[in-house]
Design a protein around this ligand. Structure first.
Ligand SMILES: NC(=O)c1ccc[n+]([C@@H]2O[C@H](COP(=O)([O-])OP(=O)(O)OC[C@H]3O[C@@H](n4cnc5c(N)ncnc54)[C@H](OP(=O)(O)O)[C@@H]3O)[C@@H](O)[C@H]2O)c1
Length: 264
């Protein structure tokens, strides 16, 4: 892993699961990490654990569905550490459901939490990333998407629509921000052992009238490596692409899925 000492990151959606794993791996590499989520209590608990392992962390109450919270989080990072080198955007997944299960409000909320939350975060972070970036040590933006970028997932219509939109936006931003030495990549998880996947397994079991364990086994059976991922496995991959070692990969969606997605 390239040297990350001196760099500063803002990781949103960071109290548990994949976002937390990315924050932890960055902190382990010496990055000062501001971490946001809706619940100050949860994000403070995560920050305490990380600080006890030597991480330099700043917990922030930040709901990515609230534009003012995003602005506030970026301002807090600048006040605390005076720079920003890495933005990593994550949030809760959109509401499960098929097309006819979803109301206008569900669509609006799904868009706000995935696409627009990212749009607003990039806008707020941009001037500071630009100020920090050089040709030799670029600034980095990362965003969590999903395997639905390549293959639609049953009963996850909102993910199937908004995740590909995010991947397209990452391509667009790579072209817009490349000349400023800001690299932008998406990370597509397959199935990781997190609260979200636990909830989705319960939802599948309820819908199909089967035990949760059976739903889980059917899901695992689609993964060549034969297991759900550990969030740390995604954290390590993301931390590499967000590090100074990555000076030339931008606009990509990087799949971290144990081989699950069959599409090229
Ligand atoms: N796990 C997988 O295998 C998988 C696969 C494909 C896609 N994904 C996507 O990856 C993302 C992370 O999933 P996960 O599995 O890590 O889920 P998770 O364990 O439920 O974590 C979600 C994180 O996002 C935070 N969060 C939720 N809503 C937020 C909001 N409005 N503003 C700020 N933070 C918010 C939560 O913290 P608070 O509750 O404290 O706000 C929590 O830290 C989701 O978008 C999910 O759809 C996951």
């Amino acid at each position: 892993m390239a040297h990350q000492e001196g760099r500063v990151a803002l990781v949103l959606g960071a109290s548990t699961g994949l976002g937390r794993a990315v924050a932890e791996e960055l902190a382990r590499g010496g990055v000062r990490v501001a971490m946001g989520s809706r619940s100050l209590e949860r994000v403070e608990a995560a920050a305490r654990d990380m600080a006890s392992e030597g991480g330099k962390v700043l917990p922030l109450e930040t709901d990515v569905g609230e534009p003012a919270h995003i602005e506030r989080a970026v301002a807090a990072v600048l006040k605390e550490w005076g720079r920003l080198d890495i933005l990593f955007f994550n949030s809760g997944g959109p509401r499960p459901g098929s097309f006819f299960d979803l109301s206008d409000e569900d669509w609006r909320k799904g868009e706000d939490l995935t696409l627009m939350g990212f749009v607003r975060s990039v806008r707020a972070a941009y001037p500071h990333l630009k100020a920090a970036a050089t040709r030799e040590v670029p600034a980095h933006i990362g965003v969590i998407v999903s395997s639905s970028v390549k293959e639609g997932i049953d009963h996850l219509t909102l993910s199937n629509v908004y995740r590909p939109a995010l991947a397209a936006l990452v391509k667009e931003l790579a072209r817009t921000l490349g000349p400023e030495h800001i690299l932008v990549n998406a990370f597509a998880p397959g199935r990781f052992a997190t609260r979200r996947v636990e909830e989705l397994d319960h939802e599948t079991a309820r819908r199909r009238g089967i035990p949760v364990e059976e739903a889980r086994q059917a899901s695992v059976a689609r993964i060549p490596l034969g297991r759900y991922g550990d969030p740390a496995e995604l954290g390590r991959v993301a931390a590499f692409f967000l590090s100074p070692a990555n000076t030339y990969v931008t606009g990509q969606t990087i799949f971290v899925d144990g081989g699950m997605v069959r599409a090229l």
